[in-house]
Structure formats: structure tokens, C-alpha cells
Design a binder for this molecule. Structure first.
Ligand SMILES: [Zn+2]
Length: 390
């Protein structure tokens, strides 16, 4: 459809909503397969060079499109790089489950948009925007549509999920999960590991509901570093009171929630230590994570999000997915007053983590399943081994 006739079209300013999606789709079909492949290879190589062993790709009809996800998964399968898991963001009502299966995606969700973003005033809010009292944002899926999608995904045995940023959007996702659990049983819903992307603005009761139903919170601490600063975008859009309740990392962890922290690239960079640093230095100090909790959320958290409980740790029997870093100094740091059972006594032999007050540690080698995907020379020099091949 012509974008000019769609909601959100603006001839001079930024285009949003349906018009934005239509323009993206029109642009995507013009990307040549060879350029797409080059972009995939460059992205995977960049991830490997920064210690990333696995990428969760949030695709969808208006994000990268079906060809993009299909080709990315095929490229990743025969490239010595990070393991890629695909999510397809299209509702079951639109045929999303069949499409996810056809594409080889492990979830029908990801960037399945319940709402938009705070920057463009399209995140769905309970109360109006502080800088536009006439608007509560946009919502693209109703509570009923969310429930229908999750029910269908649960019955089909595939993980579902949503992009939800504003408090109204997050509340509707929580309500949808609870409604499906009432119908089909909490155990079944928990076993699928549905997820919510971003979840920037959560009320206490919604955290409790999502935690109870085993939903993974997939969040981006660098959002807080970008937008949570005094006078920043959150302050402008939401006013101080609401801005101080954003990206509730510590609240989620202390409620027993499953948290995975990541980049949402291209919104924030694929730089794991920057993500860990942002999580430990939250603009709202009580929401800062301990270094260990942040490290777990950046490593195990991603694997748990896709149902792999024993992965993302370095121990006998675990897959050899790991990265080697050059770091100036290790420390055992508990940056805040959150309750911790992590002993800082050296006799406890708690492994240290790099100090993060300065530049990020430098990745010198990355291994996936024992195979070197970055830093072969370093690895060979240090170990005399080439790494095993898959
Ligand atoms: Zn998103």
C-alpha cells in the first residue's frame, strides 16, 4: 500500500506506525542477496571478534523480512561463527507459526510489536506523555490479540514473545500470559519459555505475573545509559517520577525473574562488557545489578531464554562456548547494597571479573563448541592446539 495513505506518514518529519513499516518493507525488497550476505557475514564476524558466541536474531516481516532470516540462518550454519537462533515476529493469526517453522525459527515473537518506542512517542502508556499530554502512544496489538497469539503458540508448542516498551503494552503482555495460563495451565506456559523484549516500563504487579509464568525478560541495559540520565529522553517523555522506574533490572532479578541482557543491535552496540557495565551502573542505583548477576544475565541468561539450562558456564560437561579476554585487573565487585551471597573473601575463591571503569576488556579468542571462531593465532600460540572442529 502507498505509505502516504497510511497512519504515521509525514511528508517532512519522521515517519512512524503503519507508514514506517510499509516503507521498510519497500526498502527491504530492494536489498540485493549479495549485499545481504555480505552484511550477515560482517555482523557475525564482528560478534565473534567481541566474544559473542550466540546471536538471537529478532526478525519479522517489516524488520528484515523472511528472505533475510532464511539466508542468515543458512549462512550461519556453514560459517565458523556464532550460533544463530531466529525468532519470527508475526502473529499466529497472520500465519506466523507456520512461517516460523518454515524458516527454522525457534520462536514466534521477538520483535512482534505490541507498541513502538518512547523516542517516537509510540510506546503505549497508561498515562499521557509528559511532553505531549494529548498522547498515550500507539498500541498495535490489543490484549485479546496478545492472548490469542500466546494461546496459539502455546498449543503449537513453540515459544512466543513480544516487543513491549510502555507500561500499558507490558501490562497487556502480562495479562495475556496470565489468561493463557488460566486456560491451559501454568506448567505448560512456563515450559515454553515465552519472552518479552525490552520491558522497559514495568509495574510491580506485572513483574510478579511475568516471573510467575516463567517469561524471560530480554532487556538492554545500555538503553538506561543512553536515555536514563537526568534530563535525558526518559525524563522528557515521562517526567521524573516515571523516568525513575525504568529498566527495572534488580527488581526483576530479586523477584526471581529470568533475565537476559543484550544489545538490540543496531539500537545499542554488540559489546558485551559495555552491556554488563551499564547493568552495574544503572542511572537509578537501586536497579543496578551486582557484577555477577550482570555477567550471568549476559551469559547464562541468553541460553536459559532458549531453554538451555546448563549452557553458558565454564565447567566440565558444558559445551565449550567461551571467550578469552585481555583485562587489566580482576576484582570481586559488589557495587551496590543488594543482598548477595557472593563472598568477596579471597579464600572463597570467587572468580573475579574485569574492572570496568575504563575501556572494555579486549577479546583475544572466541570458541563455539570448542572450535575457534576468532583469534586462531592467539589460540594456537597459547595452547598449541587448533581447537576441535564441529
Ligand atoms: Zn524491539
Amino acid at each position: 500500500m502507498m505509505p502516504v495513505r497510511l497512519e504515521g506518514f509525514d511528508a517532512v518529519g519522521p515517519v512512524t506506525k503503519a507508514a514506517h513499516n510499509a516503507l521498510r518493507e519497500a526498502a527491504l525488497v530492494r536489498v540485493r542477496p549479495s549485499d545481504r550476505r555480505a552484511a550477515h557475514l560482517a555482523t557475525l564476524a564482528d560478534a565473534a571478534a567481541h566474544g559473542i558466541v550466540s546471536v538471537h536474531e529478532m526478525s519479522g516481516p517489516s524488520i528484515g523480512g523472511a528472505d533475510d532470516l532464511r539466508e542468515l540462518l543458512a549462512t550461519a550454519a556453514d560459517f565458523a561463527g556464532p550460533v544463530v537462533f531466529g525468532y519470527w515476529g508475526q502473529t499466529a493469526a497472520e500465519g506466523g507459526i507456520e512461517m516460523a517453522r518454515e524458516l527454522g525459527a525457534i520462536g514466534v515473537g521477538g520483535d512482534l510489536f505490541v507498541d513502538g518506542s518512547l523516542g517516537s512517542h509510540t510506546a503505549s502508556l497508561v498515562e499521557p506523555y509528559a511532553d505531549d499530554l494529548s498522547s498515550r502512544g500507539a498500541q498495535y496489538l490489543s490484549r485479546e490479540e496478545i492472548t490469542d497469539h500466546l494461546r496459539a503458540a502455546t498449543l503449537a508448542g513453540i515459544a512466543g514473545g513480544f516487543h513491549a516498551i510502555g507500561d500499558a503494552a507490558c501490562a497487556d503482555v502480562a495479562a495475556g500470559v496470565a489468561a493463557v495460563a488460566d486456560e491451559l495451565g501454568q506448567g505448560l506456559v512456563r515450559s515454553l519459555g515465552h519472552r518479552i523484549e525490552h520491558a522497559e516500563m514495568l509495574h510491580e504487579s506485572d513483574i510478579a505475573t511475568l516471573v510467575n509464568h516463567g517469561v524471560t525478560f530480554s532487556m538492554q541495559p545500555i538503553f538506561d545509559a543512553y536515555w536514563g540520565v537526568p534530563g535525558g529522553m526518559y525524563d522528557q517523555r515521562l517526567g521524573t517520577e516515571r523516568a525513575h522506574q525504568m529498566n527495572r533490572l534488580a527488581s526483576i532479578v530479586s523477584a526471581g525473574g529470568r533475565l537476559a541482557i543484550n544489545s538490540d543491535t543496531p539500537v545499542t552496540p554488540m559489546r558485551p562488557w559495555s552491556i554488563v557495565r551499564a547493568a552495574t551502573e544503572h542511572c537509578q542505583e537501586p536497579e543496578s545489578l551486582s557484577a555477577r548477576a550482570a555477567f550471568n544475565a549476559a551469559t547464562r541468561g541468553g541460553w536459559r531464554a532458549i531453554g538451555n539450562e546448563g549452557v553458558g558456564v565454564i565447567e566440565v560437561g558444558a559445551p565449550a562456548h567461551l571467550a578469552v579476554w585481555e583485562a587489566a585487573e580482576l576484582e570481586v565487585r559488589v557495587p551496590d547494597a543488594t543482598v548477595t551471597n557472593w563472598s568477596t573473601d579471597p579464600r572463597a575463591a570467587t572468580p573475579g571479573l574485569p574492572r570496568l571503569d575504563d575501556d572494555d576488556p579486549v577479546c583475544v579468542a572466541t570458541l563455539v563448541d570448542g572450535r575457534v571462531i576468532y583469534g586462531q593465532d592467539y589460540w594456537t600460540e597459547r595452547t598449541g592446539a587448533g581447537g576441535s572442529s564441529r
